[in-house]
Structures are given as structure tokens and as C-alpha cells.
Design a protein around this ligand. Structure first.
Ligand code: NAP
Length: 344
């Protein structure tokens, strides 16, 4: 990693960072720092990035128990708060991992994340995937959990009832979903007592998901975009020969040159101007500063936004093969590509 030390002036005023108003009226910073080390960045290095990012003006952190670094991030957040940032100025998301969907596990799992993160409440708690299937850290693409299951709505609703209870208990201020599809969300919106406040999904210039994006916005759900830069260092299990890299797209490169920034920053600017909340990962101080600065200054023009809208390639990078539930399936079965929930 490039070793960089920033000056005290290399800072963005958090008040200048765009905010998203959620269905509750709460404000969420429209860019967060991702914290998944993609199985190769150690917990301590991610925790250092959390501290450094808070120092340059980040207030939103996207965490998850399965990233295996919440305790280290908790220690970093404690230092951030000791240094003067108030808890209410932070936005911390965590996620329920797939092996904790059982009714008796949801609240305990949230409490564990809270204990690790050193917090009394989460701003947002997400169901990480709509399947109870899980895989060991660092596994390859052929890994499957022995009792892998399809999406079963009645089961998901049992998990969701416990998610709703987290709000009643004051352990989470908002609850939400991740890796969902329109047909699954339609059922959840029909049956939920407390509707999801946010939907975290893969979003970048080569995978814009316009239908899902519009669906969540129309239903008052905030879209949170993961892999906003195209996750250039994602795990091997999430790579196929057909994958493309948005940062290498000629349109993105040309816009980056016009603005004098790295193509990654163009991806982040586009995401925020489009109305989503990207959560780019970085452990490089210059990179995470540039990403934050990029969303507070020098916006893309309408013509540039249109040019990026036109380079969607429907190229999903995080295909999720490890969550498939029977032999002979293709990863498309996880994503209900025919407009209805894939039958068991
Ligand atoms: N809900 C889900 O199922 C799900 C799935 C995947 C990811 N996520 C979340 O989304 C976050 C982001 O996704 P991701 O980490 O896979 O991919 P990403 O944010 O698209 O890409 C991160 C990579 O981009 C590089 N980068 C960042 N800013 C840069 C800049 N300005 N210039 C050059 N390179 C730059 C980083 O390298 P350096 O460290 O060297 O800067 C890092 O390798 C994760 O960390 C996680 O929090 C959620």
C-alpha cells in the first residue's frame, strides 16, 4: 500500500457532505466507508482506516459481523469518540450474517455486534443476504453450506419479525435488507410491520440495476451501493472471465481526466449524484480522502451523468454462487432474473 500521511488541512467538513433523508426523517451521510477487507486486509488495518477516515470527515461506516473486524473497528470508534465526535454524529451500519437467521439468534447477533463495536445502538441493521446459507471466510467458489436452502418467505418473515423487535428494543434505529430482488421486496413490503429503511445492493457504472434502484426509491427505501468502484480487489471466488472494470471504461477514464481525478472518484461522484449512498472501501488515506472530497466539490455535468448512464453493462460482480442451494443451478437463480422468486 502507498504510505501517505495527510496534513491537518486535508479534511472535509462533515457538514458539507450530502445527506440522505430516510423514511423516518433521519439523515444518513450520502457516502460511507466500506469495511470488508475482501479476505486479505487485516482487521487492524481496516480499523486504522476507520480512524483515519473519521479524522478526514467520514461519519458513516458500513460494517458486518462476517467481516471479522467489528471488535477492532469498535476500538477505533471509541478513539474517534474520545477525540470529540459524538455518537449521534456517527452513522454505523451492521449486518446479520446468514447463519444467524433463526429467531433465537437475531437479537443475540445484533447484541454481539453492538458489544464488538462498543455501541448502545446501531443506526442501521441489515439482513445481509435473504438466504440462511453461509460459507467459511476465504472459501472458494465451490463452497456450499450443508443445509443450503432457497428463499422461503415465511422463514424470512420470522427473521424480519425479530429485526422489527430490534427497533422496539432500541438496539437499532433502522432496519433494512441487502442482496434483495423486486419480487422478494414486494412480499416483504406486503407483510412487514416496519418497512426496510434501506436496501444495500451492488451498484456501479457497469451494474446500475435501474429497475431495482427505481423500485426501492419509489417505495421510500434508501439505496446503498456496494462495490461502487467495481471492487478491484474482491476475493477470487467473486471473479469470472467476463467481468468488466468500470474504472477502466473509456467513458469513465475520459471524465476522470477532465476533472483531474482517479476514475474511482468519478464512480463515487456518479453514485452520489444519482441519489444512492455508495460505501467505497479503502485503507489508503489519499484514496478515502479523494472519495469524500469528490462528493463535496466539482460535480459531474448533466452530460457526464448521461454518458455514464449509457455504459451500464448489467455486469454483476458479486454473483453469490456460494449461496446456491442445489446442484446444477446457475448464479442467476439467486437474483430472480425472470421477475419471480426462483422456485425451490
Ligand atoms: N451487502 C453486501 O453483501 C456487500 C457485498 C460487498 C461489499 N459490501 C460493502 O461495500 C464495501 C465496498 O465494496 P468493495 O470493498 O468490495 O469494493 P469497492 O469499494 O468498489 O472497491 C474498493 C477498492 O477500490 C480501491 N479504491 C478505493 N478508492 C480508490 C481511489 N480513490 N483510487 C483508487 N483506488 C481506490 C481500494 O483500494 P485501496 O484500499 O488501495 O484504496 C479497494 O481495493 C465493502 O467494503 C463492504 O462494506 C457489502
Amino acid at each position: 500500500m502507498e504510505s501517505v500521511s495527510l496534513n491537518a488541512s486535508d479534511r472535509v467538513d462533515p457538514a458539507a457532505v450530502p445527506q440522505r433523508k430516510l423514511s423516518t426523517g433521519a439523515l444518513m451521510p450520502a457516502i460511507g466507508l466500506g469495511t470488508f477487507g475482501s479476505d486479505h486486509v487485516p482487521a487492524q488495518q481496516v480499523a486504522e482506516a476507520v480512524k483515519g477516515a473519521a479524522a478526514v470527515g467520514y461519519r458513516h461506516f458500513d460494517c458486518a459481523s462476517v467481516y471479522g473486524n467489528e471488535a477492532a473497528i469498535g476500538a477505533a470508534l471509541a478513539e474517534v469518540m474520545t477525540a470529540g465526535v459524538k455518537r449521534h454524529q456517527l452513522w454505523v451500519t451492521s449486518k446479520l450474517w446468514n447463519d444467524k437467521h433463526a429467531e433465537q439468534d437475531v437479537i443475540a447477533s445484533c447484541r454481539q455486534s453492538l458489544a464488538d463495536l462498543g455501541l448502545a445502538y446501531l443506526d442501521l441493521y441489515l439482513v445481509h443476504w435473504p438466504f440462511p446459507n453461509f460459507h467459511p471466510p476465504g472459501c472458494d467458489v465451490t463452497a456450499r453450506s450443508p443445509n443450503a436452502r432457497p428463499y422461503i418467505h415465511s422463514e424470512y418473515m420470522k427473521t424480519w419479525r425479530k429485526m422489527e423487535e430490534l427497533i422496539d428494543l432500541g438496539l437499532a434505529r433502522h432496519i433494512g435488507v441487502s442482496n434483495m430482488t423486486i419480487p422478494k421486496l414486494q412480499l416483504l413490503l406486503r407483510d412487514a410491520r416496519i418497512k426496510p429503511a434501506a436496501c444495500e445492493m451492488e451498484l456501479h457504472p457497469h451494474f446500475q440495476q435501474p429497475e431495482l434502484f427505481n423500485f426501492v426509491v419509489e417505495n421510500g427505501i434508501a439505496p446503498v451501493g456496494y462495490c461502487p468502484i467495481g471492487s478491484p480487489r474482491r476475493p477470487q471466488r467473486d471473479r469470472t472471465p467476463d467481468d468488466t472494470a468500470p474504472t477502466e471504461d473509456a467513458v469513465i477514464v475520459e471524465i476522470a481526466e477532465a476533472h483531474g481525478v482517479h476514475p474511482a472518484v468519478v464512480c463515487v461522484k456518479w453514485a452520489v449524484q444519482r441519489g444512492e449512498t455508495p460505501i467505497p472501501f479503502s485503507v489508503n488515506p489519499r484514496h478515502y480522502l479523494m472519495n469524500l472530497r469528490g462528493v463535496t466539490a466539482d460535480p459531474l455535468t448533466e452530460a457526464e451523468m448521461r454518458a455514464i448512464a449509457a455504459i451500464n453493462r448489467n455486469c454483476r460482480l458479486i454473483k453469490g454462487q456460494v449461496f446456491l442451494w442445489k446442484e446444477g443451478q446457475s448464479w442467476q437463480d439467486l437474483w430472480d432474473v425472470h421477475g419471480e422468486i426462483t422456485p425451490p
